[in-house]
Design a protein around this ligand. Structure first.
Ligand code: NAP
Ligand code: G4F
Length: 348
């Protein structure tokens, strides 16, 4: 009998990669989507075109009754809880909703499993995040953050995720649930939302190359992120749930790069050379012809910033046999090439 997997947030970046991976592994895939989508809804139709094998179920992470009905109807072997308000900048603008969805939503999903009497059989994955480390306890500069590093979240998103992390561990300890947390560092790709900095840059570079945009406005250019490819990371999620015992694992590349470096590589991908002039809010990125292509707009600054994230994935590599395949230049290349195809006038 095929295993059944329920994925919340299936319409998001990771949801799409994970649904495909599970389908390829022979799972029956069920996905939670929110809103009033009927079969005729354009967004629903688009999702069904992309993943015809997945059965989509309407439920909001805020709605325990809907989640419980979904779990009871499906009887999943594995639940992957990916749904969240996931944009750090947005979480400062809507902190209460972020706490409800990204924090308490995790409890709702765990309770839906427990109330359905599946806590001993259904395995659970929680999408925890490197944002929980925050960057102030940067006590292992050589090795990066690992599973034992201290948490100090710097955003309403990070704080909400920390609740989700600990309530998952609590259900593991209290009810013997096979519940694992993946502490994932930033992962990107062609499915990344345009509100995140990497996709904002890859889209803009493609448009600048094609002449439909002149310049890109960004916030903090000097923060550093440990960026990997989302397709590699969903494999790690699945591997966590195949272990005999539940546990927490960091998935990361072990490299960190600035937003400036991402810009330089992305422009380089379309044959443009970017150099920097000015400082702080007056910083500008200029192309080989002296045209300003990158500007700073303080609107994109955050009330508190995570200056640097660097992860140490040794435990996941040793225990799960997980290894990222795509390196940093490879990631930038695949994103820019994807957006060039998408933005090209010939593309439909
Ligand atoms: P994403 O693209 O933003 O997807 C999140 C999904 O959650 C969206 O499909 C969204 O639905 C859904 N959602 C939001 N609120 C909901 C609600 N109230 N009820 C039901 N669904 C809701 O995020 P992602 O990049 O795929 O990340 C997946 C998970 O991993 C998230 O929990 C994120 O916080 C976490 N994470 C991501 C990274 C990363 O670098 N990508 C790193 C660490 C952890 P709509 O499509 O309707 O908006
Ligand atoms: O791309 P970002 O918005 O990602 P961020 O804040 O690191 O969060 C992502 O990764 C987390 C894992 O560490 C996930 F948990 C979370 O769900 C999300 O997927 O911003 C990256 C950096 C920040 O330092 C930000 O200040 O880029 C800087 N930045 C500079 N200009 C910008 C911009 N970020 C965005 N979104 N837009 C800008 O214009």
């Amino acid at each position: 009998m095929a295993k059944k997997a329920l994925v919340t947030g299936i319409a998001g970046q990771d949801g799409g990669h994970l649904a495909k991976l599970l389908h390829d592994k022979g799972y029956e895939v069920y996905g939670v989507v929110r809103g009033q989508m009927e079969a005729s809804h354009p967004r629903y139709k688009k999702l069904k075109e992309e993943m015809p094998y997945a059965e989509l179920i309407m439920a909001d992470l805020l709605d325990l009754s809907a989640l419980t009905r979904a779990v009871q109807a499906i009887g999943p072997d594995e639940v992957y809880n990916l749904a969240a308000i996931s944009h750090v900048g947005y979480s400062f603008r809507d902190p209460v909703l972020t706490a409800d969805v990204t924090g308490k939503g995790v409890l709702n999903m765990l309770e839906a499993i427990r109330l359905s009497g599946l806590e001993k059989t259904c395995r659970f994955y929680q999408a925890s995040t490197s944002e929980m480390f925050g960057g102030l306890d940067y006590n292992r500069p050589g090795d990066g953050y690992d599973e034992d590093s201290q948490f100090h979240p710097r955003s309403p998103y990070g704080v909400a995720k920390l609740y989700g992390h600990w309530i998952t561990k609590n259900y593991r300890e209290s009810y013997g649930m096979h519940a694992s947390c993946g502490i994932l560092f930033n992962h990107e790709g062609d499915r990344r939302g345009p509100e995140f900095v990497t996709r904002k840059i890859s889209q803009a570079v493609a448009r600048i190359k094609l002449g439909t945009q002149d310049v890109i406005e960004l916030g903090n250019l000097d923060s550093k992120r440990d960026w990997g490819y989302a397709g590699d990371y969903v494999e790690g999620m699945w591997r966590m749930l195949q272990q005999d015992k539940p546990d927490d694992y960091v998935l990361a590349t072990g490299e960190t790069h600035t937003i400036r470096e991402f810009c330089e590589l992305a422009f380089g991908q379309v044959g443009m050379t970017l150099t920097w002039r000015g400082a702080d809010e007056k910083t500008e990125g200029v192309d080989q012809d002296g045209v300003v292509r990158v500007k700073v707009n303080p609107e994109f600054y955050r009330p508190a910033e995570v200056d640097i994230l660097l992860g140490n994935p040794t435990k996941a590599e040793k225990v799960l046999g997980w290894k990222r395949e795509v390196d940093f230049p490879g990631l930038v290349k695949l994103m820019v090439e994807h957006d060039l195809r998408l933005e090209s006038p010939r593309a439909v």
